[in-house]
Design a protein around this ligand. Structure first.
Ligand code: TRP
Ligand code: SF4
Length: 326
């Protein structure tokens, strides 16, 4: 039997290059080795977007189309929508019975979000429980491992603590502690050098046309010490170079050399990067067009995914209810 993994994404906007290197490229590879569940985390998204719920619906379909176009294979993997499997909320509540309040209040991601997000009111009861719902997502399917970025490690640690406490309290081995499968990638910064994020509008979307990509890349900052073309550059201080490093290991060394020896100017270097990215996205965008014409098939995929996920979820909930004598 293959080991199982579960991962999820919140449908809060279009997917971009950061999602590709941070998650999707990894997800597609993991399909060979693991039994995979990939979830659209719409409840998690609502925890911050509850004032504009309508926005999520379009994003959900759009994101799933991107997943499929990037190579998530519905024949091998289970693709489903969190809110369509009600057991997530049931387990979320059950776990909230046993999760110490202090653990949630001290969670670094929680404190950071409260500080950073200013245009939404996140001081809600549900948002505090964000990691509890995430623990429910993972343990509902008894996932062995969870592919996540480093930012999600505190949530995974909380999940492990909840599993441990549940087992101890109810004298059971119901939940094994899931492991983090850390995504090994160079962290890709946004076009402006800040964290790549929808709210900064500093990303290249997977759907961006070559012309859009060219404009965005031309606007990127380069090595600030390189003023004249004849100056040798410092690729390690240049965000453009980090994109080469992330997307073309083959070109990386070459660009490094041409930059440090002043054999290439930044305008040319960016032009080449834009072409590289457009080429990389072309096959994904082509597949996207095909999927967009086949919405019925996507509905079928989501419906099959829901059925497969439900079967597993129901089994776990029966077990948990019995342990709670409910
Ligand atoms: N919190 C995750 C994120 O923002 C999304 C998520 C929800 C998730 N449930 C999950 C990730 C379960 C892994 C496993 O990226
Ligand atoms: Fe950056 Fe390329 Fe300019 Fe070097 S040549 S500083 S890598 S944009």
């Amino acid at each position: 039997m293959k080991k199982r993994i579960l991962s999820g994404m919140r449908p809060t906007g279009k997917l971009h290059l950061g999602h590709l290197v941070g998650a999707l490229a990894n997800w597609t590879k993991l399909q060979d080795e693991y039994d995979c569940l990939f979830m659209v985390a719409d409840w998690h998204a609502l925890m911050s977007e509850y004032e504009n719920p309508g926005l999520l619906k379009d994003n959900m379909l759009d994101n799933v189309i991107d997943w499929l176009s990037c190579g998530i294979d519905p024949e091998r993997s289970t693709i489903f929508i969190q809110s369509q499997v009600p057991e997530h909320l049931e387990l979320y509540f059950i776990f909230s019975l046993i999760t110490p309040l202090g653990l949630l209040e001290r969670c670094p991601t929680y404190k950071e979000q409260l500080r950073q997000v200013v245009n939404r009111d996140l001081s809600t009861y549900a948002f505090l429980g964000y990691p509890v719902l995430q623990a429910a997502d993972i343990l509902l399917y008894k996932a062995d491992s969870v592919p996540v970025g480093e930012d999600q490690l505190p949530h995974l640690e909380l999940c492990r603590q909840i599993a441990r406490k549940f087992n101890r309290l109810y004298k059971t081995a119901c939940f094994a502690e899931p492991k983090a499968l850390l995504t090994q990638t160079t962290r890709l910064l946004g076009l402006d050098g800040r964290k790549m994020s929808k709210s900064y509008n500093n990303y290249i979307a997977l759907t961006d046309a070559p012309e859009v990509i060219r404009k965005k890349v031309q606007g990127m900052f380069t090595d600030p010490e390189r003023i004249h073309v004849a100056d040798s550059g410092h690729p390690d201080k240049c965000n453009v170079f980090s994109y080469y490093a992330a997307f073309s290991p083959a070109l990386k060394d070459q660009v490094h050399e041409r930059c440090t020896k002043a054999m290439i100017g930044c305008t040319e270097c960016k032009k080449e990067l834009a072409a590289l990215l457009a080429n990389l996205l072309a096959p994904i965008q082509e597949k996207r067009l095909a999927w967009q014409k086949d919405k019925k098939r996507i509905q079928e995929i989501l419906s099959t995914g829901r059925q497969k996920a439900s079967l597993l979820a129901k089994k776990t909930i029966l077990e948990v209810r019995a342990l709670l004598k409910i």
